[in-house]
Design a protein around this ligand. Sequence first.
Ligand SMILES: [Fe+2]
Length: 280
Amino acid sequence: MMSTPPGWVVGCLGGNLAKQRTGAAALALPAEVEADHEHDHGHSHGAQIVPANAKEAAFLSLIYRTFRENDELKTAYQTLLGQTVKALLRCLEERDPYTYGHSMRVMSYAMLIARGANLKESDLRNLEVSAMFHDIGKVGIPDCVLLKPGRLNADEAKVIMQHPTKSAEILGIIDAFKNAVPGARHHHERMDGEGYPDKLTGTQIPLASRIILVADTFDAMTSTRPYRKALPVEVAYAELERYSGSQFDPEFVKVFLQEHKKLTLRLTPEEAADVLKKAA
Ligand SMILES: [Fe+2]
């Protein structure tokens, strides 16, 4: 026989809600169940429902268990997703520590823009994943191109230009990340249609990709690479402004400059980096 929750008096007949309960623990039902009950019976008992009979008690117990099991499944799913993210990032870090660090910084800058532009919560979450994994496709680029300590020739450039589609393919494998795929695939498209892989223009380019391009370019310019030194931040700002409209979405250049300047005006570079890291 199905057991009932502790504290319930079972077997009260008559169809009306029984008033008897023992003084033991009440059954705390999820809000959805309570709302259904209120709808059916026209009144509410707060978080406590007294079953009228054994059948109703068994039914409530079943609903309660189902909600609890759903919560446990949801938690397990979230944990698994978190572990998947960590495993993918670890693969990227093992393959190319620079690209891993770059991806983390791009995500921080992208979130800075997104918050400054008041993006809605669902766009923020998709952008976060797109930005974090925008370059994950570089794991599929041969070492001689990916790790070349100098400028790439035309053939090598064609190879590296495959990375956004590879990023999209990898992200697309995980159902939960499907909405982050376009943001990663198009992060090298330009407003004037001179980008890749699909030569999209203006607002044809996903919002996330337009944000990532600003963040990505700023980080590339302000990072030291084997073939050139990092540019000063002021020079990088000027470059973003110079190509605003042709390469970058002007709105996101404006928001980035405004938000980044706010941060760097009041904080040391180390403190600003720390704030960005925590904000992402
Ligand atoms: Fe990229």
